[in-house]
Write a protein that binds this ligand. Structure first.
Ligand code: SF4
Length: 446
């Protein structure tokens, strides 16, 4: 784990910032079964014993092996001249990979970009896809952070979601990881699941705390169209908790986790001192990153790109990479307004937005307009001044001027109503619809 302190400077990458990324996301789009709330583009490999070795077939678990060559070819065709300081294997269920397969991808990344000493290298893991041998294997190839998708600690809740693991699997996975030497383990929990109550949520929080993770991500369920949940349930109606109960679950998590010593540093994330997720910090700071693999998105030189979302189309796209003028293709909308992105991402963070730095990048007019909008929330208590950080104070003293004010959403009420605040800001300052962070897609929770 790269412990670089707990400072996250909020996203002010200038539109002229052309540096190559130092963060890489690697997408592994395979799962054993589809969870009932999930609409991600994943290939289902079936329920064969999760720790069995893959065959040479290109279906089932063999499909995972067939994916690696195109993935590594894509990496080899992507230019970049800065060593990576964070790598994140996400999915899907990346822990379906054997350690040797992870090593193959890490070697490709190292050969192309270099991997910096102390880089944070994370993998998302489902609790029933790891045993001690596999955990040791991951440790040996350089993984140093695990994000474990616990989601809940009640068997009936897990089964109602179509999850393949049990609460006992969570304990076993943590035990194996610790025995293998992992010290940086994050747990994901989801609130708002069917049959969840304040009592079972309290139980999940307490069991998670008892496992002493270094980090916790708490996501609120979204019932997405095209999922089994959307056919079965209406948001806010039984067996899903009501909106009022869901809000109470958010408050309960904030109370219990901060009382247990976790810092609520981002709207959905809590960390022990020194264990904020460095990789996700890149997204929240609006800094560049590579994305590799089917459907993955990149943000390079102020342009966002995405890749084909089916395996066949992705394999075709990789085959043609050498003939293309650039290494990447299928650009999605370039940033129309970095300012709005910066506001949306910055307000996710406990450190909030620093107005002077924003004015330097985006101009005083826009920042004044934002300020006027935010002051309309003064009476609600959702907006507050953020304290100047010790490190910030010193750095500004060095520059001979005082630090400028920071504004943030209050915790928990401001975070809870962030969708209201951000919708107003987007309506006033831009045309794009806002994807509300409080009810974000559970991209990191799988
Ligand atoms: S929620 Fe996660 S584990 Fe479940 S199907 Fe979706 S990507 Fe796979």
């Amino acid at each position: 784990m790269q412990k670089t302190g707990d400072r996250l400077n909020v996203g002010l990458s200038s539109p002229s910032d052309g540096a190559d990324p130092t963060a890489a996301y690697v997408h592994i789009p395979f799962c054993r079964r589809r969870c009932y709330y999930c609409d991600f583009p994943v290939s289902i490999v079936g329920d064969r014993p999760p720790l069995a070795r893959q065959t040479g077939s290109d279906t089932g678990f063999g499909a995972i092996a067939a994916y690696l060559d195109p993935l590594c070819q894509e990496i080899a065709h992507t230019p970049g001249d800065r060593p990576l300081t964070s790598i994140f294997f996400g999915g899907g269920t990346p822990s379906l990979l054997e350690p040797g397969q992870v090593q193959q991808i890490l070697t490709a990344l190292d050969q192309q970009f270099g991997i910096a000493a102390g880089a944070e290298i994370s993998i998302e893991m489902d609790p029933d896809t790891v045993d001690l041998a596999k955990a040791r294997g991951y440790q040996a190839v350089g993984i140093n952070r695990v994000s474990l998708g616990a989601q809940a600690f009640q068997l009936d809740v897990l089964q109602a979601c179509g999850r393949t693991h049990t609460p006992a699997d969570i304990d076993r996975a943590i035990d194996s990881l610790r025995q293998a030497g992992f010290t940086n383990i994050s747990l994901d929990l989801i609130s708002g699941l069917p049959h969840q109550t304040p009592e079972t949520w309290e139980e999940s929080l307490q069991r998670a705390i008892a496992l002493a993770p270094t980090h916790l991500s708490i996501y609120d369920l979204i019932v997405e169209p095209q999922t089994a949940f959307s056919r079965w349930y209406q948001p806010g109606e039984s067996p899903l908790p009501s909106d009022q109960v869901t809000a109470d679950l958010y408050r309960l998590a904030q109370q219990r986790l901060t009382a247990a010593g976790f810092e609520h540093y981002e709207i959905s994330n809590y960390a022990q001192l020194g264990y904020r997720c460095q990789h996700n910090g890149v997204y929240w700071r609006n800094q560049p990153y590579y994305g590799f693999g089917m459907g993955a998105a990149s943000y390079i030189h102020q342009q966002r790109y995405t890749r084909p979302r089916t395996r066949a189309a992705y394999f075709d796209w990789v085959k043609n990479l050498p003939n293309r003028p650039g290494p990447l293709d299928v650009p999605i909308d370039p940033i129309q307004d970095t300012f709005l992105e910066t506001v949306m991402l910055g307000l996710r963070l406990a450190e909030g937005l620093e107005f002077k730095a924003m004015a330097d990048v985006f101009g005083l007019g826009l920042v004044q307009h934002l300020w006027q909008l935010l002051t309309t929330y003064t009476d609600t208590g959702w907006i507050e001044w953020a304290p100047v950080l010790e490190s910030e104070h010193h750095s500004h003293q060095d520059k001979g001027h005082p630090p400028s004010p920071r504004v943030r959403l209050s915790d928990p009420e401001g975070f809870l109503f962030s969708n209201v605040v951000l919708s107003d800001i987007f309506q006033a300052l831009g045309d794009d619809p806002v994807e509300t962070p409080c009810r974000e897609r559970m991209e990191s929770a799988v």
